[in-house]
Structure formats: C-alpha cells, structure tokens
Design a protein around this ligand. Structure first.
Ligand code: HEM
Length: 182
C-alpha cells in the first residue's frame, strides 16, 4: 500500500502512545523505521505487520485496531491535503459512498499504483442501504466499519452498521447493512 496509509498508522500510534509507543511498534513489527514516504508503495505485508504490532501495543484485537484506524483515516486525510476531495464527495453518508469509487479513481491520477477497493450501494429504503465492499486484500472489513463510522461522525449522522456477509474464496465481498437513525 502507499506510504500514506502506513504514515497514518504511525500518526495514530503517536497520538495515543507517543513516539516511544511508535518505536515499540516498529521493533515488534521488525521494521527499521526511516519514515514512510507518502507517495511510495510498500509491500502490503508491512501494513499487516504494523497492525499486528499496534494490536499488541494497545492490547486490542487487530479488528478493533482496524476499526480505530478506519475512523482515524477520515480525520487524517482531511488534514493531509485531501480535505477538498473529501468535501467534494458529498455532505451525507449515502451520497458520499455513491462517489467513493470515483474518488479513488481520481486519486489514481497521482497514485498510479493504487489498488483501491470497490464499493456498491444498494438502497433498501430512504434510510437504509446495503454497502457491498470488494477488495483484492483480505481482512480489511473492520477498517470499512471504522471508515463508515468516521464518515457518519463527519456528517453528524447517527447510524447502525451491521456486517451481513463475509468474503469467502468464491466471492471476495463483504456486505454491511446501514441504517440512518438521524
Ligand atoms: C481523500 C481521502 C482518501 C484517500 C487519499 C484515500 C487513499 C487510499 C490509499 C492510498 C489507499 C491504499 C491502497 C493502495 O495503496 O493500493 C486506500 C485504501 C483504502 N481506502 Fe481510501 N482513500 C481516501 C478515503 C477513503 C474513504 C472515505 C473510504 C471509505 C469509505 C476509503 C476506503 C478505503 C479502503 C477500504 C482501503 C483499503 C484497501 C482495500 O480495501 O483493498 N478510502 N485509500
């Protein structure tokens, strides 16, 4: 993944545990930290190793770390030069998610090696929808839950989110049922 993602993990850890905490994470992950370059690609294994080490540092299961990271990503990208892009995507969760694939496609202009996820929205009623998340990477559904939670907070919307389908060997898709409460 692009270094931007690993940098965000670093910033999340520093905000919670300080620079010492980040050093411990790098040691546990066996990563010799020289700072991540946002626009450089790194092996996905680095990101997964970091998540595992953060999980040990925080004493949280990896899926909780991914959820927290997803939520943090919304704040991080807004601060790191992508605020305008986020603002252009819409002012509520549903319209935003409808624009997600287009947004990652625009990011591809400056990050040509990105392998973005694919999102599909199936509206069930005016306050309920199904979100289908497809990726060629495994294990990131909890991050999507965190991303959606972070977006709902950004738009001051109250939501319920439940995962209803898990990817398997035949279909690399996770599904979420989302209900807008207010
Ligand atoms: C403007 C803000 C954003 C930027 C700059 C951005 C950029 C990126 C980048 C660089 C990656 C790593 C993929 C790679 O290197 O191959 C990524 C992954 C991902 N992004 Fe975004 N993104 C943004 C917002 C969002 C939002 C709002 C969502 C969700 C609704 C989202 C969902 C994801 C997911 C789930 C992944 C993990 C990759 C995968 O599933 O395979 N992103 N994004």
């Amino acid at each position: 993944m692009y270094g931007l993602v690993n940098r965000a993990i670093e910033q999340l850890v520093v905000s919670l545990k300080g620079e010492d905490g980040w050093e411990r994470v790098c040691q546990r992950a066996g990563w010799e930290d020289q700072g991540f370059i946002a626009m450089q690609t790194y092996d996905d294994a680095v990101t997964y190793l970091l998540v595992g080490a953060v999980s040990q540092e925080l004493g949280l299961p990896a899926n909780e770390v991914l959820k927290a990271f997803g939520e943090y990503w919304i704040l991080y990208t807004a601060e790191e030069g992508y605020g305008e892009m986020l603002a252009m995507c819409g002012n509520d969760l549903l319209s935003f998610l409808r624009h997600m694939n287009h947004m990652h496609a625009r990011i591809e202009v400056t990050m040509p090696h990105i392998r973005p996820p694919d999102f599909k929205v199936n509206e069930l009623s005016d306050r309920e929808f199904e979100l289908v998340y497809q990726s060629d990477r495994e294990g990131l559904a909890p991050m999507v839950e965190g991303l959606i939670t972070g977006l709902a907070k950004r738009f001051n919307q109250q939501i319920d989110i439940t995962q209803t389908r898990w990817r398997d060997a035949q279909t690399p898709q996770d599904c979420f049922h989302i209900r807008i409460k207010s």
